[in-house]
Design a protein around this ligand. Sequence first.
Ligand code: NAD
Length: 362
Amino acid sequence: MVETQVVTDSSLFGQIAEHQHEQVVFCHDHETGLRAIIGIHNTVLGPALGGTRMWHYASDAEALNDVLRLSRGMTYKAAISGLNLGGGKAVIIGDVGMKTEALLRKFGRFVQNLNGKYITAEDVNMTTRDMEFIRMETKHVSGLPESMGGSGDPSPVTAYGTYVGMKAAAKRAFGSDSLAGKRIAVQGMGHVGTYLLEYLQKEGAQLIVSDYYEDRALDAANRFGAQMVGLNEIYDQDVDIYSPCALGATLNDDTIPRLKCQVVAGCANNQLANENIHGPELVRRGIVYAPDFLINAGGLINVYSEVVGGNREAALIQTEKIYDITTQVLNKAEQEGSHPQAAATRQAEERIAAIGKVKSTY
Ligand code: NAD
């Protein structure tokens, strides 16, 4: 079973051991200036899949911390969704201005050398063009555009998973999963947020929206007949459901006391500023929380369909299961007297442990 240990050792291997990573690969190339780290957290269920992000980290330690944290998150997302995938992630250290064809292809060769143990994809600051270069050196690339034979934009599938997860949470809170007439505040009118609004509008919800860019919020308000509110006002709305679809850590000491909703369900990653504090705090306030890494797994499910030779329809069918899994997790949290994020994490760990035993004989 995957267990979180208390940090006692800040050495390199101490950090790698903290969350039981299997392998961490440091990639260096003098000619191109490539400095990258590939984190492979757990491959019990299958190859480690997760995107490559490029970031100007302040230090190597910060880059390592990011790749370890992100790759671990991928293990849980895949496991809870019933996918036969492990968790991995890669970071390329540096500014986007450093990107060259040679640097990206060199990185692709490092991915290739792992022989499929790690499958990469697009992430922050990586473009489709960049992935094309990486793909020239390795076939272990997923999430490519449809024009390149890939599964295309994952956002509509992520939005669908968020929508069904929201409905399962609504069923728990209101006794019915109908969103008709429900007042829903959606924060973030990006790729996923706008697709989510389509589902919510179709079902007859009353929508409130905000975005960092006022024109995006205004567009969405016009398109979906929503009310637009300011960035900070979104937390004070008299709504049934709050849907964080922008940034992480929006459930924190400042915002939670302001929420009037009975459900929180959105696609943003890492919504709880501190899982151990804010997970229980939502339960204490009677707010049903749909775990983020579970209900935003549609994008990963879409990429998985590319890995196993499926299609968008198969991905949507698999994504629909998020409804039942959310229900199971909410039941489990109640039975265990814990909070949904903890229950979801445990459910993921239990699957990894059980399937690990299945694989223990030849
Ligand atoms: P995006 O960049 O397209 O959209 C994010 C939107 O949030 C932008 O319009 C941005 O202006 C807005 N925003 C930023 N700060 C804000 C603030 N303080 N208040 C209101 N709006 C703000 O991103 P996306 O692809 O739609 O993803 C949204 C979230 O979902 C991210 O946290 C992402 O990590 C997560 N996620 C996305 C996918 C996917 O398939 N795209 C999958 C899983 C998780």
